[in-house]
Ligand binder design. Sequence first.
Ligand code: AKB
Length: 316
Amino acid sequence: MNTCILIIGACGQIGTELTLKLREINGDNAVIASDIREGSKELMKSGPFEFINAMEYDSILNVIEKYKVTDVYLMAAMLSATGEKFPAKAWELNMNSLFNVLNLAKEGKFKKLFWPSSIAVFGPTTPKEYTPQETVMEPSTVYGISKQAGERWCEYYFNKFGVDVRSIRYPGIISWKTNPGGGTTDYAVEIYHNALLIGKYNSFLNKGTKLPMMYMDDAIEATIKIMDANPEDVKIRSSYNLAAMSFTPEEIAEEIKKIVPEFRISYNSDFRQNIADSWPRSIDDSKAREDWGWKHKIDIKKMSEIMLNSLHTKYE
Ligand code: AKB
């Protein structure tokens, strides 16, 4: 059977670049992009697109049957900061969309599922440094609670029904093509845009707030790698810890100053500070490295060069 991939939430920050990369690897017509709205020009002209509301079971089923989809990536979700403003909506979207695809996989409508979890599954009682794969998990945001519950459901569907579901706990993801929306780690993207546009940035997280982060290319590579792994190598069916780097707002500002010397940072924290304070400062991802060979490539220096060069070209 030929591989046919459906990406739900293809127009978001990660969905956009995941779709483009999977099309490069598998061919444009083997990857169906879907979302409730249209995405960037680059995405829309790169291959097939369907409107799907991730909360509507039938709208997902129709597209799966139309294209004989084998693999589904569910990238639609409401993130941590927006989730705190709309808790009921966040729970509804994050859980219903997951149940829809878990049930479709259970009914044999497709073969393999990718579902992203997040460092938000950890909470204030979790050890903060080098947070282990298995540890205390008492998330304090709606988003984190939905991701924690989702992880339990993924493992349950794997054990009870043999659903081949694979997942990683994304740290904050930094990219330049499509902006993130509604996350606590979004400052680490905004800062690069503001550095080039106005030479300064007022950070909504305080000095000293260290969070786990990753450049987009590494996140995409990890996502494709876990989906390509032999099923027996994917030993954890809740979700894998994943790490590349950790930094504070002042550390990223220092890197920017090496390229934009006039850049200045100021601090004015808001409600997102509490969320950030409840999350790990660094992550132990040794299980992902052992089980399916995960290895990151990009550090804060390289990432800052790529971000500033790419955005400079985009704004020209
Ligand atoms: C967020 O900040 O909500 C996300 C995440 C860490 O999952 N980027």
